[in-house]
Design a protein around this ligand. Sequence first.
Ligand code: BES
Ligand code: MN
Ligand code: ZN
Length: 493
Amino acid sequence: MQFFVRSGKPENQKTDCAVIPWFDARSQQASFKALDKACGGVIAAAAKQGDLRSKPGQITMLTVPGKGPCRRILVAGSGKKKDYSRKVHRKATAAAAAAIAQTGAKSVISYLPVTSADQGQAIALDTVAAVEQSIYRFDSLKSKSHRQKKPALARFGIGLPDRSLQVTVRTTAQRAQTVAAGIRLAKDLGNMPSNVCTPRYLASVARRIANRSKKASARILGPAEMKRLGMGALLSVTAGANEPARLIVIQYRGAKAGSKPVVLVGKGITFDTGGISLKPGQGMDEMKFDMCGAASVLGTMQAVIDLGISRNVTAIVPTCVNMPDGKATNPGDIVTTMSGQTVEILNTDAEGRLILCDALTYARRFKPDTVIDVATLTGACVVALGPHVTGLMTENDSLAKRLLVAGEQAGDPAWRLPLMTEYGEGLASNFADFANVAGRDGGASIAASFLSRFTKDMRWAHLDIAGTAWKSGKEKGATGRPVGLLVQFLLDS
Ligand code: BES
Ligand code: MN
Ligand code: ZN
């Protein structure tokens, strides 16, 4: 998709489709009067017939007769004029783009309102995100006859009231497209089934990402190196699998050598059966998404590299399959983590924390400024927060604030959940230093508390994306979250 900005009068802009807002009061902008006139009065006629809807997300497509500047006008419900917000704009843009993608229109100019510079940036960001989202398809594994026709839509314009915002909006839209490509990569990886997206596949993607810049390099470790490093927890998760585990490291050097990196750690379970603590069959297919943390870290690295941001960023992705087998880990088995602490594995389905704890210990060798792990870690987080916000757990208030603000700005919000030592009390074990599970209640914070035993003295935050990384039901598919949040965080702080 190509994005562009236009500040000329709507009635003078040639396009396949003009998008205009429709507010619930009768106070339509006068500027569309001229457009309407040039288009044979279709807007006024539709309004008179009562065809136009004003609720955000509602749309009406009008065909323009004769030789108007545009072939179609899409009227996008925009709510009350005084309540127009980013949320409304996102909803209206997404609905408009989805409807246009069903038509033969190749080019669009959207005249949804842009008022200030701040809002212009947000609008540019959201427009790109919403349009890219609504044209995204994952159909490479369908045979040709089962594929939907590709949308004709190729050029999306943001109409501005004057020239003053052109540069801001254009620059932001450009950046947003690079972020959108990272989001797309994260979605594609998430959506791929586990017989395609294996740990070795993720490693090959990581190498490709690192090859995009001289400032980036990838290193891939296998089971032998993991053993040498003493990663007993990570290895215990992969014990039953035929696919070999990988520890992926990408280093991006955007700043001088001495500058401490932000380290991103992504959970990369390419399929989570639960292991010997086997999951029930219902909906188990969705555990192919258990590598969405890894996918978001890889998507973020691609965006970081393509944006050429001026700081050092390191990605660590522990990736393997969690499988039952004669060689698999049994409940009650005790392993020694890379940190030296021993863990009694009471439930082999709490495997995410086991691969993450060794990856977090490994992160220490990079002398990080900040460590952020991203993981589809707990069903409890889904119960607590649902699908709208990512769970954020950290003991560091300033880091929490930065991440929350970044999420808000990127339209990829997080919500803070508690993290305090009390949540770890239930992890006590009679046989090892501690167990990998405690009770059911407060499970997201218990998991975070487990991880915190491996991040002492590090500036660290944990993002539980179990609810936000993918959608279930008819819209089943990866969301690419929290690439938006992470890139925004890296750009801003
Ligand atoms: N990958 C799952 C978490 C998950 C479950 C994410 C459902 C999204 C939807 C994780 O490995 C897991 O199985 N966690 C267990 C932990 C429990 C055994 C303490 C869970 O949440 O049930
Ligand atoms: Mn599990
Ligand atoms: Zn899992």
